[in-house]
Design a binder for this molecule. Structure first.
Ligand code: BTN
Length: 264
């Protein structure tokens, strides 16, 4: 049987959503699944429930203009087009994706991943997964990358000293399409809540999963650096940092966590 057919069949048989993720496309190679869905949505071609999955990306994108190493078959690289939401709730979509991905990893890989604000998924202070949500024409394109099979040498070569994979953390090989489906399954109810204007339960769950709280952090912005202790996530999903001059709620940018191996 054709490999793509098997992959999509596995994805669709594990998918239990009403609409989200029900229109998948699988590519052997793409520049970036985020870039692809943004192009498709801009051209008016992306159907409701659009998902793009790539076995390899040649220009995988990370947050803050970084790249995302996307070697063939070693990771899960996919993006979805979130349904239309009121503008003021778009900023909570990455929060929902982080919470959904952490729950899916627990279910499929039995691994407890914490969320490093805003939405890196980390295990033992190493990065397992990254999330990039981008706004395009009033909708959010959400891209998720999960390291599945990379070995330690990969992270040395890629100069990612804080990186890890599910194989390294658990010794297990998990099915990429099943994991993708489970992330989407977990995400749809949170997006429904956001659509209905209910945000408290989402923020509570994010707070429970957020491993930045209680830790030494430093927020880096073009205007400087703010070091302190992260003490809370507020009702808008901002990270509250207590520092020498009081408390500051940070809504965007880079917030690094102090670890025994340096800042992550
Ligand atoms: C980050 O941690 O900086 C975010 C990384 C997001 C990577 C994923 S892989 C699938 C999707 N396509 C991309 O080009 N990026 C996201």
């Amino acid at each position: 049987m054709n490999e793509s057919f098997t992959y999509l069949a596995e994805y669709l048989s594990a998918l239990h959503t009403r609409e989200l993720g029900r229109a998948p496309e699988l590519f052997d190679t793409l520049d970036s699944t985020n870039a692809y869905l943004k192009r498709e949505h801009t051209a008016g071609r992306a159907p409701a429930g659009a998902v793009a999955i790539a076995l390899r990306q040649t220009a995988g994108r990370g947050r803050l203009g970084r790249t995302w190493e996307s070697i063939p078959g070693a990771g899960l690289y996919f993006s979805l087009l979130a349904p239309r939401l009121p503008m003021e709730r778009l900023s909570l979509v990455p929060v929902a994706v982080g919470v959904a991905a952490a729950a899916a990893l627990q279910e499929i890989a039995e691994v407890t991943a914490g969320i490093k604000w805003p939405n890196d998924l980390i295990v033992s202070d190493r990065k397992l997964s990254g999330i990039l949500c981008e706004g395009v024409l009033g909708r959010a394109v959400c891209g998720i990358g999960v390291n599945l099979l990379q070995d330690a040498a990969f992270f040395v070569r890629a100069e990612l000293p804080h990186g890890t994979s599910l194989l390294l953390e658990t010794g297990r090989v998990v099915s990429a399409p099943r994991l993708a489906a489970e992330i989407v399954n977990r995400l749809e109810p949170w997006l429904d809540e956001l659509s209905a204007g209910k945000i408290d339960a989402l923020i509570d769950r994010f707070r429970e999963n957020c491993v930045s709280i209680g830790r030494e952090v430093r927020a880096i912005s073009p205007t400087g650096e703010l070091a302190g202790i992260a003490v809370d996530v507020d009702a808008e999903g901002r990270l509250v940092i207590e520092h020498a001059d009081g408390c500051t709620a940070v809504s965007a940018g880079e917030v690094q966590l102090r670890t025994v191996r340096g800042y992550l």
